[in-house]
Ligand binder design. Structure first.
Ligand code: GLA
Length: 500
């Protein structure tokens, strides 16, 4: 029999130990697509202070504020990339050996109740760094001699894309005039992935029951199909990336019949510095070639590490030059009008990519979407529609299928246009075309209609060109004199093709 003092000590000590929040706590949320989203709360309680991290896929929040303890606590986690801060908050208590807490998945989302269980220390730890290969030049795959044209699911559907939507998008593209205008790729962005099977093969989630059958369907429409992954352990939306499985994934894509890969840095940023990107993109470039199917390779790393200088050397056919576009005038123009200096890096097969089109998503008016389409065409940018192709208005379809503007985008010389003049809100851009003509964009970035004048000497012509065509009005212009003045609507464009 233990002395009374020992029993008292034990009685006092046990609740103390059991009630400590210190530990690795895991929350497993089932998502409707059959995958799970795990959150790890790695907590250290010292007196009334709780420190540690909250990790959701690749996102690490550092706990910066806490109150209370097992009977009632609050935790605030902060995640910053140096410019923007995101916060997450948990409020709860210890119930038996579970943490019961309320939190929000996003600051504007509803409050939800979660239950966290104890996990062994170290469970869910982020993968360690794999060694990087020596740098070499990946052979050119010979694809995309003109900028890719197609559709991508992200801008409109984000996580809501599924097999049925992709089939319907292919049906629409094949029958609404887009295919005839040159659109070709139907690209599935993030959120198609599940985990890996016992052999390490990537698997699809419930939204995509049979990727091979889906690819066959898209091919049966005379179109091509694209997919998305990351060099990191996680994609941006927290799904499975290709980290450590690059060759295996490239073989899977080839076996499914995939024609296009968008490869998004995202989760890799937790393990590697920007200067190391090239090596990781090279790994997938090599893997795609080895897989033996022509797969267009699109790099997505937001224009970091001067990707235009090495994108082609890792086998890339296109590389994003900026952060994500949004369906607003400011976002589209800040991106589109900032591409001038990158022009020398665009060549047939290797394109600067200022991100996908927002045309038809509703945040801009017709003049603004015509500016978007004109600028992306002068920039020799990929034309990846990002709207719902099943139910767009005739006016939007007309913008997306303007054959005269698309002919500029697809010019075989692949020279990216440049800004040749700027006065306040007025800009004139010019793109040299293979037959010696010039495509001209007279852009009005201002909020009121204006007159924009282009001097022929500014575009390397001694006098008025013999033939000038207005590519939106679809008419020829009769010109003489040393310059031409056009009335340009607010946020609008006049796009011309001028031939000597
Ligand atoms: C990043 C990319 C986007 C899209 C999302 C998907 O933000 O830049 O284009 O692919 O990831 O999660």
């Amino acid at each position: 029999m233990k002395p009374l003092s020992t029993v008292l000590l034990l009685l006092l000590a046990v609740p103390c130990v059991a009630a400590d929040l210190t530990g690795n706590w895991v929350v497993r949320d089932a998502l409707p697509d059959g995958t799970f989203r795990t959150t790890y709360l790695d907590l250290y309680q010292e007196g009334s202070r709780i420190t540690g991290t909250i990790r959701v896929t690749q996102f690490y929040y550092k706990i910066i504020e806490s109150t209370g303890g097992p009977d009632g606590f609050t935790l605030t986690g902060s995640l910053t990339d140096g410019t923007n801060e995101r916060r997450v908050k948990y409020e709860g208590k210890l119930v038996g050996d579970e943490l019961h807490a309320a939190t929000r998945r996003r600051p504007d989302a509803e409050l939800i109740q979660v239950v966290a269980h104890r996990a062994p220390p170290g469970e869910g730890a982020y993968p360690t760094r794999l060694p990087l290969p020596a740098i070499h030049k990946v052979a050119d795959n010979g694809l995309s001699k003109t900028p890719p044209m197609g559709w991508n699911s992200w801008n409109k559907f984000a996580g809501r894309v599924d097999d049925a939507a992709v089939r319907e998008m292919a049906d629409a593209m094949a029958s609404n005039g887009m295919k005839a205008a040159g659109y070709q790729y139907i690209n599935i962005d993030d959120t198609w992935e599940a985990g890996r099977d016992a052999q390490g093969n990537i698997t699809t989630n419930k939204k995509f029951p049979d990727m091979k059958a889906l690819a066959d369907y898209v091919h049966s429409k005379g179109l091509k199909i694209g997919i998305y992954s990351s060099p990191g352990p996680n994609t941006c939306a927290g799904y499975e990336g290709s980290y450590g499985h690059e060759e295996q994934d490239a073989q899977t894509y080839a076996a499914w019949g995939i024609d296009y890969l968008k490869y998004d840095w995202c989760g890799a940023r937790n393990l590697y510095a920007d200067q190391e990107m090239r090596a990781l993109y090279q790994v997938m470039g090599d893997a795609l070639l080895k897989a033996g199917r022509p797969i267009l390779y699109s790099l997505c790393q937001y224009g970091r590490a001067e990707v235009w200088k090495w994108g082609a050397d890792v086998g890339g056919n296109a590389w994003r030059t900026t952060g994500d576009i949004r369906d607003t005038w400011d976002s589209m123009t800040n991106i589109g009008f900032s591409q001038d200096e990158l022009a020398p890096w665009a060549t047939p097969g290797h394109w600067n990519d200022p991100d996908m089109l927002e045309i038809g998503n509703g945040g801009m008016n017709g003049d603004e979407y015509r500016t978007h389409m004109s600028l992306w065409s002068i920039l020799a940018a990929p034309l990846l529609a990002g709207n719902d192709l099943r139910n767009m208005t005739p006016a939007i379809l007309e913008i997306l299928t303007n054959l005269e503007v698309i002919a500029v985008n697809q010019d075989k010389d692949g020279k990216q246009g440049r800004r040749i003049a700027k006065w306040g809100d007025q800009e004139v851009w010019a793109r040299p075309l293979s037959d010696g003509a010039q495509a001209l964009g007279l852009f009005n970035r201002g909020g009121t209609p204006t007159k924009i004048t282009v001097k022929w000497t500014d575009v390397g012509m001694k006098s008025a060109p013999a033939r000038v065509r207005d590519l939106w009005a679809h008419g020829d212009l009769k010109l003489d004199g040393a310059e031409y003045s056009a009335a340009v609507p607010a946020h609008g464009v006049v796009m011309l093709r001028a031939a000597k």
